[in-house]
Design a protein around this ligand. Structure first.
Ligand SMILES: Cc1cc2nc3c(=O)[nH]c(=O)nc-3n(C[C@H](O)[C@H](O)[C@H](O)COP(=O)(O)OP(=O)(O)OC[C@H]3O[C@@H](n4cnc5c(N)ncnc54)[C@H](O)[C@@H]3O)c2cc1C
Length: 410
């Protein structure tokens, strides 16, 4: 041991990037990267997209080749659970023993929430979708020739639910999406974008049922039914539950680190309330110069960006996390990209970019704060640049598709 050991808990987008970034920043101590998942760390976004469609349960996309860990002298411990942090002894206690630490990075992510629906826990072919195991189980059920999956009910119309719906429908299932809110993607996207995506799903044969909740699942030898609160019964050979996540804060909480229901509280340098313990990614609540004091973002970009900052902090540089959030999703032939968050917007403009494309521009007064784009990469790229540079935009020109986006600057 070098006398400077960083233990990273969680080897996904946040943890893996943190380990490699530490080396890039010149960290020459020991790096121990631990995950309870036994798989070589992999990209999560394809799990609801290409992985399901590819039909090959071994085709996970690794975040880094196995050899890269040894080359960067990163001690990757897979299939090992971190059970607690002993802050006074400075030890991480794992299922395989205790490890002394000088610094710890918590990159523990989140776990799907399973709503208390009567009959759900006994249901056949009922899945959440968070990790490789979930995706492999879904794929195995789809490929099981003895039990054909004709009808799928997806509970929850967030990004993961809708991506799974699109993929399973492409594989031939009749899919119904049930959403409690008034519209799909209500928590994360604007109304024009929801409307566009609702049409897209319906045009591809998916049924969308909003303002309804699932009250029960009835499973018998003959069939399985999802029962809605108005009594409607939907056939469901498979059920995908995508109603959001609960952040993995237990380790932090048990060690006395400040947490909120949305995550582990960190400052702009990714420091928690206990010295030498940091947190990154989906498990955090963090301050942001333009987005507010208590932001919580679930995205690859956020996990990767925070991993970079924590590596700089641990190696003694002073940098703060101030990146604009960006996100993408693929559903059927719609490539959705967004930059910024719409939360402070008081006016929006929609630019119809053709039959199968649109962009939604969110302003706080005259300041551009967010752009959502579907099949409109120029809007996404320029929008991101203009938000960062606080460029003022001619709104009238922007809504005229005959004016190129680049010519809409004031
Ligand atoms: C199906 C799917 C599709 C997605 N699509 C997109 C997309 O298109 N675009 C996008 O930006 N984002 C997408 N996301 C979200 C993105 O994957 C997450 O934001 C990202 O994975 C967060 O990374 P993280 O490292 O913070 O947490 P996670 O990826 O959740 O990783 C946390 C890790 O910590 C481990 N862990 C937790 N507790 C312990 C413990 N006690 N001991 C050991 N290990 C532990 C877990 O096993 C896990 O591997 C998608 C997510 C899913 C599930």
């Amino acid at each position: 041991m070098s006398g400077n050991t960083c233990v990273i808990v969680g080897a996904s987008h946040g943890g893996v990037n943190c380990a490699f970034e530490l080396r890039k920043q010149g960290f020459d101590g020991d790096i121990v990267l631990i995950d309870k998942d036994p798989q070589l760390p992999y990209h999560r976004p394809p799990l609801s997209k290409a992985f399901l469609l590819g039909g090959d349960p071994t085709a996970l996309q690794p975040l880094k080749a196995q050899s890269a860990y040894a080359q960067s002298d990163i001690d990757l411990k897979l299939g090992v659970e971190v059970e607690s942090l002993d802050v006074s002894a400075k030890q991480v206690v794992t299922s395989e023993g205790a490890i002394d630490y000088d610094s710890v990075v918590l990159a523990t992510g989140a776990t799907p929430f399973i709503p208390p629906i009567s009959g759900l826990s006994e249901a056949k072919n009922s899945f959440v979708l968070r990790d490789a195991n979930d995706a492999t189980d879904i794929l195995a059920a789809v490929q099981n020739t003895e039990n054909t999956i004709n009808h799928v009910v997806v509970v929850g119309a967030g990004y993961i639910g809708l991506e799974a719906a699109a993929s399973l429908s492409k594989l031939g299932a009749k899919v119904t999406v049930v959403e409690r809110e008034q519209r799909i993607l209500q928590r994360v996207a604007s109304e024009p974008l929801s409307t566009f995506m609702t049409h897209k799903h319906k045009a591809n044969g998916i049924e969308i049922v909003c303002q309804k909740t699932v009250s029960a699942v009835k499973t018998s030898e003959a069939n399985q039914l999802v029962v809605l609160d108005d009594g409607t019964e939907l056939k469901a050979d498979m059920i995908i539950v995508g109603v959001g996540v609960r952040v993995n804060t237990e380790l932090a909480q048990a060690s006395g680190i400040e947490t909120l229901p949305q995550g582990i509280v960190v400052d702009a340098h990714m420091k928690t309330s206990i010295s030498n313990i940091y947190a990154v990614g989906d498990c955090t609540v963090f301050p942001h110069p333009t987005l507010g004091d208590k932001c919580h973002i679930e995205s690859v970009q956020n996990a990767v960006g925070q991993a970079r900052i924590v590596a700089q902090t641990i190696t003694g540089k002073v940098s703060t996390y101030d990146e604009q959030p960006w996100f993408w999703s693929d559903q059927f032939d719609a490539k959705l990209q967004s930059v910024g968050l719409p939360k402070d917007a008081d006016n929006i403009l929609v630019r119809e970019e053709g039959d199968n494309a649109l962009s939604v521009w969110h302003f706080d007064g005259e300041a551009l704060v967010c752009v959502e784009a579907i099949n409109a990469p120029k809007a996404y790229v320029l929008g991101g640049r203009w938000i960062a540079k606080k460029v003022l935009i001619d709104k009238e020109k922007l809504t005229d598709v005959n004016v190129a986006i680049k010519d809409c600057v004031l």
